[in-house]
Design a protein around this ligand. Structure first.
Ligand code: SAH
Ligand code: TMP
Ligand code: ZN
Length: 400
């Protein structure tokens, strides 16, 4: 297997078996002939980019019915508002600035930019999410960002002072085309700012559910620096943030344009270069699977009711890798309208609105949206008051 970034040799370290499209929530009639593929990940021996073995056609994942909505979390709404405010005070404070967002989803970040009257464009192939953002005054091009799209934007709108992308660049296997597009579109003194889940945190917490179709790459400082250099750009700064279980914000600019922040070298130096770290991770993931299945089986035998909370894309990995179905988890509550009334991909567990959680409360709730634990536990305090307990599996199986 060859590296999708640098053509180096990729060493496979984890096989998660047959998996569905993680956000393809099914109508009950559509459970036959579901698309499955074999999810395997490896690490490039040369640039250290962690990546998947198989590429899923992009239209299979991102289309008009893609259900995920970024605005579903109050914490993430605050996070993106803060991002927008910071750009408004810095890179977007000059004369007639322009910002492009790759993967703008429902406009959660660009809403604040639009309200400030700043020229902007979101690019996102998921038509339903784009419609939702148009309602909040955000301008969107329903498209996959790549070199061709960048050319169209450049011809129509001119160069961008900021190209921003959260939780999207890691989803794109064809990064060569994306970086050629960024190189065309980015102003001489502009910045390309990427936020994505951090490999270091995933390894440390054994958060193997962060591996699913959409997360084609798992980024580290080392691998992003190699990627950026390969395309004639420079990684000038990083910030380690707590969102989504551990994220890094990478600031990328043209060489020599920015002072390189000290965090870049510091975090890079802490990253693994020994491949045994990846093999250990895969072993710990298998142990977590065994522990979780044993716990759920025991609770069922004891007559306890366990339901799921948060039909995340991450949950597809857990459910399908562990072989958990409706016999162990009869339903999962989730606030996303496009997931409710459907079945989870592969595992075929019904997704119900959060109102069903209290009707009546279960004995235990398995929290698949563990990255939103604080927000969800605060919202569902009555569950604990009724004696309910949360089952967590990151960084290992435990009950709180
Ligand atoms: N930025 C938001 C959304 C992340 S979900 C957030 O952080 O919450 C990933 C989004 O990327 C989806 O809305 C998907 O449609 C979009 N996407 C996938 N491939 C893309 C591409 N090539 N160009 C632009 N957007 C893309
Ligand atoms: P994410 O981890 O990919 O952001 O997905 C979070 C999922 O959890 C999403 O489907 C929405 C759901 N959710 C709730 O059901 N209730 C909540 O309070 C929050 C924050 C998320
Ligand atoms: Zn490589």
């Amino acid at each position: 297997m060859k590296c999708r970034i640098c053509s180096g040799n990729v060493r496979k370290f984890f096989d998660l078996g047959p998996q569905p499209i993680s956000d393809a929530f099914l109508l009950p009639a559509a459970r036959e002939n579901e698309f499955l593929y074999r999810l395997q990940v490896g690490v490039c021996e040369s640039c250290m980019m962690v990546q998947q073995a198989e590429e899923i056609p992009r239209q299979k994942m991102f289309h008009a019915d893609y259900p995920y909505r970024s605005s579903g979390s109050a914490l993430m709404r605050q996070h993106f508002e803060a991002v927008a405010r910071r750009f408004l005070a810095t890179e977007l404070s000059g004369r007639d600035p322009f910002i492009v967002e790759i993967g703008s989803n429902d406009g959660v970040m660009l809403k604040t930019i639009s309200e400030a009257g700043i020229r902007h464009l979101g690019v996102d192939p998921s038509g339903g999410a784009a419609e939702a953002s148009a309602e909040s005054g955000v301008r969107v091009q329903v498209d996959f960002f790549d070199e061709t799209t960048a050319g169209t934007i450049l011809a129509r709108d001119g160069q961008a002072d900021v190209i921003y992308s959260a939780n999207t660049v890691s989803h794109i296997s064809y990064l060569d085309s994306v970086f050629r597009g960024v190189d065309k579109l980015l102003a001489e003194d502009g910045v390309f700012v990427i936020e994505d889940r951090y490999l270091g945190d995933i390894l440390e917490q054994t958060a193997f559910d962060q591996i699913y179709d959409e997360h084609f790459y798992l980024f580290s400082v080392r691998s992003v620096q190699a990627l950026v250099q390969l395309h004639g750009l420079e990684l000038s700064d990083i910030e380690h943030l707590p969102v989504h279980g551990g994220t890094i914000r990478y600031t990328i600019s043209r060489p020599g344009r920015r002072v390189i922040g000290p965090e870049v070298g510091r975090l890079r130096a802490s990253e693994p270069v020994d491949f045994s770290v990846f093999d250990d991770f895969a072993r710990r993931a298998a142990d977590i699977r065994d522990e979780l299945v044993t716990l759920l089986t025991r609770l069922r035998e004891e007559g306890r009711r366990v339901v799921g909370y948060g039909a995340t894309a991450k949950s597809a990995t857990i459910l399908n890798y562990c072989g958990i179905g409706p016999d162990l988890i009869p339903y999962i509550c989730d606030s996303t309208p496009g997931k409710q009334g459907r079945l989870t991909p592969g595992s075929h567990i019904p997704v119900l609105a959060p109102e069903s959680f209290a009707d009546p409360y279960p004995d235990y709730a398995l929290l698949f949206a563990w990255n939103h634990a604080e927000e969800i536990m605060a919202k569902e305090q009555a569950f604990r008051q009724h004696g309910g307990q949360w089952i967590m599996y990151v960084p290992g199986v435990h009950i709180v």
